[in-house]
Design a protein around this ligand. Structure first.
Ligand code: ZN
Length: 298
């Protein structure tokens, strides 16, 4: 039976797992994201140590990576993290480094594309043609899995930066995105919520006006995604969504904003099963990475 190394590479930590499949995770470890050299060394050291300890060989590695990344296989920089604001990580050759240090094939995608893929393979979007995964945490990002393949195209989707309608009489907050005046991430990410209210999102009570504003922006984004890519399932994860009431609020606002224009039962009658939490819980990304590792040697 093949064994896989899976990495969920984030801006603050790298979560690693050794697994024979999504239901057979044999070991996990977490490393802080420091410099690229140090972090990738720690990851490879962990996998090597696992092999030594157990005598089992890891056959391939899958990486669900923070971005932006270069996904163009014809590019010299395929498998690189490109222009990230994360200090020290610009132009980091993730796939090449892992490949040269560890010597097995490496599957690679964005964290959110991998999460969408994991949910398509084994989670809330299992077997569906168009699966959208949105994470709402410190940042906001979205991935798409279309007909069983994570979507790349020109680069990869950057759903966190779609433009929002901002009513400044209700929300005078200055958008936190350095690139845009009013984008989803800049107005609704965990970072934006913290800045707007001066406290961490987890400290805001359920009846705090923050959630109404949050749900409105998320619903604007979700409506745009519905109208552009016609997902069969919209899966929303990430730290902010631990506030359960957000799902209900977002569903209601999506329905209001669509205003009857998209007249399909999935939305008009069954939106509770259309906009949902991840079927794999907090494991969508790491399971997606397992899926990428499986693919790269099949
Ligand atoms: Zn932006």
């Amino acid at each position: 039976m093949a064994l896989y190394g899976a990495i969920e590479a984030g801006g603050t930590k790298f979560v690693c797992a050794v697994a024979a499949g999504p239901d057979d995770i044999r070991d996990t470890a977490t490393f802080p994201t420091t410099t690229p050299a140090e972090t990738l060394e720690a990851v490879c050291g962990y996998f090597a140590g696992y092999q030594q300890k157990t005598g089992d060989k890891i056959d391939s590695i899958g990486v669900a990576c923070f971005g932006p990344v270069d996904m163009n296989k014809a590019s010299d920089k395929y498998g690189y993290i490109t222009c990230t604001p994360k200090p020290g990580w610009q132009d980091t050759d993730v796939v090449g480094s892992l490949n040269s240090k560890f010597g097995v094939p490496v599957g690679f995608d964005t964290d959110v594309n991998a999460a969408a893929y994991g949910e398509y393979l084994w989670g809330a979007g299992k077997g569906l043609g168009v699966v959208l995964y949105l994470t709402v945490g410190t940042g906001i990002g979205g991935g798409l899995c279309i007909n069983g393949k994570p979507l790349h195209g020109l680069m990869h989707p950057e759903m966190g930066h779609v433009i929002m309608q901002q009513d400044k009489t209700k929300d005078p907050f200055e958008c936190a995105c350095p690139y845009h005046d009013s984008c989803l991430e800049g107005l609704a990410s965990g970072k934006a919520v913290d800045l707007r209210w001066g406290v961490h999102a987890s400290e805001l009570a359920d009846d705090h006006p923050a959630w109404e504003i949050e749900a409105d922006y998320l619903a604007q984004g979700v409506m745009d995604y519905i109208l552009t890519v016609s997902p069969e399932k919209i899966i929303i994860g990430g730290g902010l969504m631990h506030k359960d009431l957000l799902y209900k609020m977002v569903r209601e606002k999506v329905r209001q904003k669509l205003n009857g224009y998209v007249n399909v039962p999935a939305i008009t009658e069954d939106i509770e099963n259309y906009i949902v939490s991840p079927g794999l819980g907090t494991k969508s990304g790491i399971c997606g990475a397992i899926g990428l590792a499986i693919d790269v040697i099949s």
